[in-house]
Design a protein around this ligand. Structure first.
Ligand code: FEO
Length: 195
């Protein structure tokens, strides 16, 4: 038999065929944490959604800078950084479990909104969309019996509660101040304090 695999701790060379091909799950031992094809594809799709979220928030940051609302722009730039972290959690999960990361093309984000309220309403709607995608992933993990993905995704379930709460909280603030320039500046200052 051909011996080309890495050498194991006991000094024995492993047979190449004992080593799973990255991205494939055939012939895996029971109990392996190697990721299945379906979950891989779904996580790659979610990486795209997370990066697109960041791209959307970066576009909103540009819009807010153009409106001289630098506090809101600051909030959006930090949000964009969070979205990249979300994508990277899934990226690392795929890599750690012998999967393959497939980066996909991102859609061009919207550039203009009617008002800060309109932009934050869009951000809130977007977060609800992301939540539904995370819940779909949890259901898939259940169907696939993928406990490792389910454990990783639990973090996202909790995070989405926070994400929606933050976005809807800002929508409420902006609804309360309405068209008041002073009110909008006050919200801008408040959001500029985000760390
Ligand atoms: Fe990654 Fe804002 O959801």
């Amino acid at each position: 038999m051909e011996k080309t695999g890495p050498v194991t701790g006991d000094g024995q060379e492993r047979d190449r065929h004992e080593w799973p091909t990255p991205g494939k799950t055939e012939n895996l031992e029971k109990g392996s944490t190697m990721i299945g094809e379906k979950m891989q594809a779904a996580l790659n799709e979610q990486i795209k959604h997370e990066l697109e979220s960041g791209y959307l928030y970066l576009s909103m940051a540009t819009y807010f800078h153009e409106q001289n609302l630098d506090g809101m722009a600051h909030w959006m730039k930090l949000q964009e950084a969070e979205e990249r972290e979300h994508a990277m959690k899934m990226f690392d999960h795929l890599i750690e479990r012998g999967g393959t990361v497939e980066l996909k093309a991102l859609s061009e984000p919207q550039r203009e909104w009617e008002s800060p309220l309109d932009a934050f309403k869009a951000a809130y709607e977007h977060e609800k969309f992301v939540t539904s995608k995370i819940h779909d992933l949890v259901n898939l993990a259940d169907e696939e019996g993928d406990l490792a993905a389910k454990a990783m995704l639990q973090w996202f379930v909790t995070e989405q509660v926070e994400e929606e709460d933050h976005a809807s909280g800002i929508v409420n603030m902006l609804e309360r101040v309405g068209d008041s320039g002073n009110g909008i500046m006050m919200v801008d200052r408040e959001l500029g304090r985000r760390e």
